[in-house]
Design a protein around this ligand. Sequence first.
Ligand code: MLT
Length: 323
Amino acid sequence: MRRTVLAALAAMLAFGGGACADNFPSHPITLVVPFAAGGPTDAMARILVERMQNTLGQTILIENVTGAAGSLGVGRVVRAAPDGYTVSIGHLGTHVANGAIYKLGYDLVTDLEPVALLPSNPMIIVSKNAVPAKSLGELLALLKARPTPATAGTAGAGSGSHIAGLYFENITGIKLQYVPYRGTAPALTDLVAGQIDIIIDQTSNSISQVRAGTIRAYAVTDDKRVESASDIPTTDEAGLPGFHMTLWSGLWVPKDTPKDIVAKLNAAAVDALNDPAVRKKFENLGLQMPPKDQLSPQALGAWQKAEIAKWWPMIKAANVKVE
Ligand code: MLT
């Protein structure tokens, strides 16, 4: 009797282990985007899945689960079955900063399995056209002279646009009044409409409106110009030396997802990142491709830990209040 139970258990594990990885994916995968549709994270996800589906031979559905600077969307993946069919896309905000701000109810490192590092986005300082500043120097002077803080759109406390704001305040001593949205897509709509004053946004999100002349750009937060927007100076050139921030992104799955399923998802992501047509789309958006030797799941895990060590002290010192 005992022997048959053990044999059955071994068979089940074999089916649970190797077999499901062998025929993974056998039905559609869900990629959870923790911000509003049409924003920078959503745009990156849509370009990526279009190509990853080819490698995996399976549909990848995008589900936008928004709120609390992306922490609700990440939580949805943490609670999902560790079978590779629910994947999280996120970034420095969702997978680093939120852990220093929110009581998440999950651990960003131990409750998730890294899959692959994705492109990174230099941030860009933009304002509504009604702001009468023609350069970053003029903008800083104007923000300093204002009797009340300027309103800065963000995707919520802990989001990339918020962390960039905290860092900006830290470096300039200029206070900002944050206005949270469910993503920087709706924030950008309000900037174009003149409802808010500035956003420190992801270049890929704002660049089309900058080119359309509906908002004003002052600088990109990097030590080199963005190839596809080379008319916009760097913060070093524009008078805010050292204010550098690029928002890196990544893919994660729930902890305990079988290693060979993680490997299949990683391989599909790497295929997409190596595809010249995909790279062109990303570069046109001002995105920077991750280094080729940083594409393993382990590389993302190590990078995430290093970024937690780097950013948490500043974020905790800012004592961010969330409801
Ligand atoms: C978005 O997709 O809306 C952004 O990634 C939000 C942000 O973190 O600023």
